[in-house]
Design a protein around this ligand. Sequence first.
Ligand code: HEC
Ligand code: HEC
Length: 232
Amino acid sequence: MKGTLTQALGQAISKPVIAATAAALIGILYLAYVPNARASADGYGDSGAGAKLYPACTSCHGAKGQGNVGMAAPKLTGLPSSYLLKQMQNFQSGARGMAAGDSKGRQMAAMSKSPRLMRDGALEDLVAYIQSLPDEPAAQTMAGDAQRGKGLYNSCASCHGASGQGIEGMGAPPLAGQSDWYLLAQLQHFAKGRRGYEPQDYRGQQMQGAMSVLRSPDDYQAVVAYINTLGP
Ligand code: HEC
Ligand code: HEC
């Protein structure tokens, strides 16, 4: 009688215990395997870990990294990992966003210094996640003298590419498909010394030098209107 009771109890206990053990084992195997499987194609980081960091970006850059004009926050998709990483590092180090009068850059700089993003590898993980988001060209919001802009763009092509596709080796990001209002704002930043102000920011300084061919806000408008005609 006693034996059968123990047996019955044993069976009743062991089934859920076995199920729980199996579930835990599957969980451990899953965790051990999946991060490797998710490493980004260009080897920058773990997009699974980056997905957990990205919600902090959504309110400004959108759930799919599509950008948000209301927050002055650009589209993040379609940019090479090396460029994304460098900009995040610039914001963290103070090489971008800390110039006097750059209130939007300051918001982004503050954001980049959140403790979760300061750990080793966090920025690489975030970049890997952004790389996994689908890229759509941004909606166009402005017009200008694209014909004149075409002539001005000749001097940009050596770094940004004839189709505005970007040249990674030059550190020059793609311009085609990026939000026109954001491109315009950045040209103003470079012109006013609000970007590329740090002597160690070699790429930013190069771009600041390239601004000398654009002589007026009309020129900025014209060159961006031309970039709007360049398909990705
Ligand atoms: C409070 C709003 C806000 C939040 C939150 C925010 N950003 Fe930004 N971000 C901006 C703004 C505004 C800019 C443009 C700054 C400028 O004009 O120079 C920007 C610029 C950037 C750029 C530069 C893009 C380029 O083409 O050079 C990157 C990269 C970026 N953000 C990534 C992120 C990531 C990743 C997160 C989340 C960890 C994030 N941002 C969170 C507002 C924000
Ligand atoms: C000598 C090479 C060079 C030339 C010429 C050049 N650029 Fe750039 N440009 C760069 C680099 C490098 C960066 C990235 C700077 C950084 O790392 O912050 C950049 C960044 C930019 C950005 C900011 C993009 C973003 O996502 O934030 C804009 C807009 C831009 N360039 C427009 C132009 C235009 C328009 C011209 C022509 C008038 C031009 N550039 C000529 C090298 C160049």
